[in-house]
Ligand binder design. Structure first.
Ligand SMILES: [Zn+2]
Length: 205
């Protein structure tokens, strides 16, 4: 599924993305998959910046009014999740905190912080890619987007849109992070051994 060298993406998609689209895949109508591909493009930006690859976009009347990637490390801000940044951008774009008529597309199920913010901003719909059974707040772990009387807003939720691609980019990110850590540990061990050997050689002089 993941092809690090793939450049065979459709014209409207970035080249070199670490996810692979089917040959000859054409975007014929701007449905959920089309917009999720744009959110995946944002996730790719996060990946390239060594951030956990999650992307979000917000659409109103068929127009993309906000797009963001996760930027926690870049901004040194634990609240800089893709959804939070795109909610703020959408509010600026339409000049209102009420995101009525808007749909938020995000590659991974929102966490409790983002789900809480979503409910406050009141978009009509939330569409996410892969579920997060451990920490998801759109039904994975808990559900804050469903009818919650104190929060007073209910979003229509669709899940599993391009789930494999959305999960694939996350898995690829964490696999290479683990590989990098392993290599670092190995290099540190070799350096330690070399230092010990050098010390031993010196004591024999
Ligand atoms: Zn979040």
């Amino acid at each position: 599924m993941i092809d690090e060298t793939s450049t065979d993406s459709p014209n409207d998609l970035p080249t070199g993305a670490p996810y692979d689209f089917q040959d000859g895949f054409q975007i014929e109508e701007r449905g959920d998959e089309y917009y999720m591909q744009l959110a995946l493009r944002e996730a790719q930006k996060a990946y390239d910046a060594k951030e956990v690859p999650v992307g979000a976009i917000i659409v109103r009347d068929g127009k993309v009014i906000a797009r963001s990637s996760n930027q926690v490390e870049t901004l040194k801000d634990a609240t800089a999740h893709a959804e939070m940044l795109s909610l703020s951008a959408a509010q600026i774009a339409i000049g209102d905190w009420r995101l009525e008529g808007c749909t938020l597309y995000v590659t991974k199920e929102p966490c409790p912080m983002c789900a809480g913010a979503i409910v406050h901003c009141r978009p009509d719909r939330v569409v996410y890619g892969c579920p997060d059974a451990k920490g998801g707040a759109a039904g994975g772990w808990i559900n804050l987007l469903d009818s919650n009387p104190p929060l007073n807003h209910r979003c229509e939720v669709s899940s599993g849109v391009m789930a494999d691609e959305c999960l694939g980019i996350l898995q690829s990110f964490f696999q290479s992070a683990r590989r990098r850590k392993k290599e670092e540990r190995k290099a540190a061990k070799l350096a330690e051994q070399a230092a010990e050997e050098q010390g031993g050689a010196k004591s024999c002089d």
